[in-house]
Design a protein around this ligand. Structure first.
Ligand code: ZN
Ligand code: ZN
Length: 187
């Protein structure tokens, strides 16, 4: 069965080199849906608690929220960093507090202090699905990701790995020693 969680992400981007209006900087509220598949954990009668999927994913995904997402070869990138540098906000600002954990994968690098994500490929809805899967595939048994943004939508299904051992009391994944990181339950 699947546990399904949805996130809103508000971001600005553009399609650099695209022949159409999306080559201009613009913003969206994107809706990301993550489906986690596993057996039903009998102790809690859930696949996985959705609030825990939220917590696990949001720690990384909040880097995309109220952020600017630019492709690595976009000339806007050095131009914007130059302005941020001159304004003294490139390396953070006291009011910039909703920051996720910095990350770097083959497809994207997050710079939380600048509220910026730099991507290898154009950040289309398809591109975002690839980025999110790369970020979360080792943390969650992701079966499907859907992303919609304006009139664009895409989804992709993924082969799920072997069933994860989960705590029968609170439902979250047990650590490598078979201990629940939340309640201390031991397998
Ligand atoms: Zn767009
Ligand atoms: Zn537990």
């Amino acid at each position: 069965m699947r546990s399904i969680t949805t996130f809103d992400l508000q971001y600005a981007h553009r399609f650099y080199g695209f022949k159409g209006e999306a080559q201009y900087l613009h913003g969206h509220t994107g809706v990301l849906t993550i489906e986690v598949e596993d057996t039903v954990n009998e102790g809690v009668n859930m696949v996985f608690p959705c609030n825990e999927i939220q917590k696990t994913a949001w720690e990384l995904l909040k880097n995309f929220d109220h952020a600017l997402i630019l492709r690595e070869d976009d000339p806007l990138l050095p131009a914007i960093l130059d302005v941020y540098e001159k304004q003294g906000i490139k390396d953070g600002h006291p009011q910039n507090t909703m920051k996720g954990a910095a990350f770097k994968t083959a497809l994207a690098t997050a710079y939380p202090d600048s509220r910026l994500v730099v991507t290898k490929e154009t950040m289309t809805v398809e591109g975002m699905i690839k980025i999110v899967y790369e970020l979360l595939k080792d943390k969650l048994n992701i079966a499907k990701i859907t992303f919609t943004s304006g009139v664009n939508a895409a989804s992709a299904e993924f082969p799920i790995g072997e069933s994860k051992d989960r705590c029968p009391l609170c439902g979250i994944s047990l650590d490598v020693n078979g201990v629940c990181p939340k309640c201390g339950y031991r397998k």
